[in-house]
Design a protein around this ligand. Structure first.
Ligand code: SAH
Ligand code: SF4
Ligand code: F3S
Length: 473
């Protein structure tokens, strides 16, 4: 793909900004400020897309609410990675029908990864006639035009295309947090793991230019953000599609140079591409957090081969050893799928073996979900549902014990914690994260610490979080 075919032109972006102005003109004439409700399913990439959606809505004159009942426009940004996520969307969308009947001028939009699947977009079009706007991941930047069309014609507005994918720079953004900012460095995925829908709904890998990324990081630093999370489905491929000679490690070094940003995280790394250069880059730059999310998926080499992951459990363990040799205190997390079609109980035991050998700080585990259109969907299932659930429960049991043991070993240690804000449950407690990404609740602390890195003595540990007290400097 030629670069100019990937980048959305300035003229197209300007056109959308004109639609934003037109919507704003309509909105300021209303008796009260219209409300928007944006609901996000799925991964950080989707969260980041929703931040763009909120940015566009905000400039178009909308305020935000947390209840569908108060909204003048509702947008569902959907995820297609597992069936469970899709069912939730169908259920919630169905429930909006009554609301729309009561309030016909309510605009309902659905977007994101689910819409990039033909059968889903068709189903929404045919069966969910109360939905006004449908758009996919490739046409997110056209939301202003789609909203304006509905306001202008009172007809449905649909824009889903099957494409390699684009990069739209300079769209407005309204970020969720005020300490941590998400910055996408690339979009799409070329890996085609056999179970995964992401490459089909997000298109091919395309990297943002280093210049644009650095500009965004500088911008968030000037707004007071202390931490950035660089996002991509496989950040290790960053730069492969650029003319510029740059890889992800080089990009990280450039991000480290931005003043004001104190912590840098990234996700996700693919074990097949995770290399020595990146280990060295993490080790030698203080701002890059000693944290690594490295999805294993399964411990059996047969299963890994059928998953098209392109590494063996031995390769994986060697990479972990190399990281730990250079960065002994690295926090390591992973993703595991239980019940891949060909996975037998014997295969599953190998996942348990790797868990016990590597001893991850924590894992994200998922029961395999069949995704129409992926190669794995054609495979016969080796185990029945009951056995898969049994294996899943056992996996959690083994991991929870490991997580608790690792967290217990933090008791008495002093950690640097970046405070993110007040705890949701206790007024006297603030929460933040260690460099390794572990959640720490700090007792008897004031919210004025938000955005600051404080020294905390860990006094107690649970499977999912630590508790501590501030230590005077
Ligand atoms: N690009 C990232 C994230 C992909 S989606 C990566 O490669 O890790 C996040 C996780 O969802 C994956 O790591 C995988 O563990 C899980 N996942 C993807 N497809 C799935 C499916 N069909 N069923 C169950 N889990 C799945
Ligand atoms: Fe899916 Fe594999 Fe790409 Fe991750 S690397 S998004 S699991 S295809
Ligand atoms: Fe993310 Fe789900 Fe799409 S995991 S990329 S929102 S399919």
């Amino acid at each position: 793909m030629k670069r100019e075919d990937v980048i959305v032109s300035e003229a197209q972006i300007l056109e959308q900004k004109e639609f934003i102005n037109k919507i704003r003109t309509i909105n300021v004439a209303r008796s009260s400020k219209p409300m928007a409700y944006v609901v996000t399913y799925g991964c950080q990439q989707n969260e980041n897309d929703s931040e763009r959606i909120r940015g566009m809505l905000c400039e178009a004159g909308y305020d935000f609410c947390n209840d569908a009942k108060d909204a003048d426009i509702i947008i569902y940004n959907t995820c297609a990675v597992r069936e469970h996520a899709e069912l939730k969307v169908y259920g919630n969308l169905g429930a909006l029908k009554a609301l729309k009947r009561k309030k016909p001028e309510l605009i309902i939009g659905v977007c994101g990864c689910m819409m990039q699947q033909e059968h889903v977009a068709k189903r929404i079009k045919q069966k969910y006639t109360h939905v006004d706007i449908i758009f996919g991941t490739h046409t997110l930047y056209t939301l202003p035009q789609l909203i304006y069309n509905v306001l202008d014609t009172h007809e449905r507005s649909i824009n889903v295309i099957d494409a390699h994918g684009y990069i739209a720079e300079d769209m407005p953004i309204r970020r969720e947090g005020d300490v941590l900012a998400y910055v996408s460095v690339m979009y799409g995925c070329n890996n085609f793991c056999s179970y995964c829908i992401v490459p089909y709904v997000r298109g091919r890998e395309r990297s943002r230019s280093c210049e644009d990324i650095i500009r965004e990081v500088r911008e968030v630093a000037s707004e007071g953000y202390k931490e950035v999370m660089l996002l991509g489905q496989n950040v290790n491929s960053y730069g492969n599609d650029l003319d510029e000679e740059i890889d992800f490690s080089d990009l990280l070094v450039r991000v480290c140079e931005v003043e004001g940003i104190e912590r840098i995280r990234f996700m996700t790394s693919h074990p097949k591409d995770f290399n020595e250069k990146l280990i060295e880059t993490i080790a030698s730059n203080k701002k890059i957090c000693n944290q690594l999310h490295l999805p294993l998926q399964a411990g059996s080499d047969d299963v890994l081969l059928k998953m098209n992951r392109k590494y063996t459990s031995g390769d994986y363990i060697k990479k972990v050893q190399a990281v730990r040799k250079r960065i002994p205190d690295i926090t390591l997390t992973t993703d595991i799928i239980v019940g891949f079609p060909t996975e037998t109980n014997e295969d599953f035991e190998k996942t348990i073996d790797v868990l016990k050998e590597v001893r991850f700080d924590s894992i994200y585990s998922f029961i395999y979900s069949k995704r129409t259109g992926t190669p794995a969907a054609k495979l016969e299932m080796a185990l029945d549902d009951a056995q898969i659930h049994k294996n899943f429960d056992r996996l959690l049991e083994v991991q929870n014990e490991i997580s608790k043991q690792i967290n217990d070993s933090y008791i008495g240690r002093i950690c640097d914690v970046l405070v993110e804000g007040r705890s949701k449950t206790d007024d006297n407690v603030v929460s933040g994260r260690t460099e390794g990404g572990k959640i720490v609740h700090i007792k008897d602390a004031d919210e004025s610490l938000k955005g600051k890195i404080v020294r905390v003595k860990i006094t107690a540990a649970k499977t999912w979080f630590l508790t501590g007290e501030i230590v005077p400097n």
